[in-house]
Design a protein around this ligand. Sequence first.
Ligand code: SAM
Length: 253
Amino acid sequence: MINKIYKMDAVKFLNSVEENSVDLAIIDPPYNMSKAGWDSFKSNKDFFDFTYKWIDALLPTLKKTASLYIFNTPFNSAYILQYLIEKGLIFQNWITWDKRDGFNASKKRYTHGQETILFFTKSKNYTFNSDDIRVPYESTDRIKHAQKKGIIKNGKRWFPDLRGRLCGEVWHITSERHQNKVKGKTQKLEHLTPKPIEMIDRMISASSNIDDLVLDCFVGSGTTAVSAKKLNRNFICADSSAEYVKIAKKRLK
Ligand SMILES: C[S@@+](CC[C@H](N)C(=O)[O-])C[C@H]1O[C@@H](n2cnc3c(N)ncnc32)[C@H](O)[C@@H]1O
C-alpha cells in the first residue's frame, strides 16, 4: 500500500489504512468555496458533516507520536480547531499563509489574501526538527554586525545562528497561481489549487524523519507525494479525481 497514489474517496481510503501507522498527515481538503464540483456543498452544514466525517476516519490512522496539518479558510479553521480539541488532539500552531496573492477585491471589508494551516499533534511526544526549517534573518546589516561581536540581548551576548532564524507561524509564500502569471495574467494550471512545494517541504522536514510515513487523502496534483519522495519519506495518498491522480502520478515519475 505504501508509496502509491490511489483514486479513491477520502473516507474509504482512510478506512483501508492500518490503524496507528501514520507519522504525519498533510490534509488540503475542499474549502466550500464553490470553485469546482468537488468544492461545492449544498450548505455549511453539509460541508462540516463531510469535514468531520473524514477527520473521524483519519484520527485512528495516526500514531501516538503523529503530527497533523490541515489547510482551510480562517473561518472554517475556527470550527475545525474546535472539533480537533474535542477529539483530544493537541493544538500547536495556527499558521497563517500569506499567499502574496488576492482572491477578490472588496471595498466593504479587507481583501482576502491568507489561508490557515492548523498544526496539531496527537500527543506531547512528537517530532519537530526546528533546525531543518530555519529561515534567513531579515535584518541583514544587524546580523552582519552581530556575527562579529554579538549583541547584548536580555543581559547576555547573543550571536546569530548561521543557519538562519527559527521559522515563525506566518508564512510568506507566493501562491502557485501568482508564481505562474504570464505578463500579469493568471494561467490555467493543471490543478485548480496546487500548493507550493516549498510549503509542503517545510511541513515534512519539520514534522517527520527519513523513512516515516506521510499521508494525504486529498492529494490533488500530488505535491505531498512528490515532496515526501524527494525528502526520503514514505507516503500513501489518494484523491477522488481520476484526472488529478493521473497528473500526480506523472509528476511523481
Ligand atoms: C485543495 S485540493 C488539493 C490540492 C493539493 N494539495 C495539491 O497541491 O495539488 C483538494 C482535492 O481534494 C479532492 N477531493 C475532493 N473531494 C474528495 C473526496 N471525497 N475524496 C478524495 N478526494 C477528494 C479534489 O479532487 C482535489 O484534488
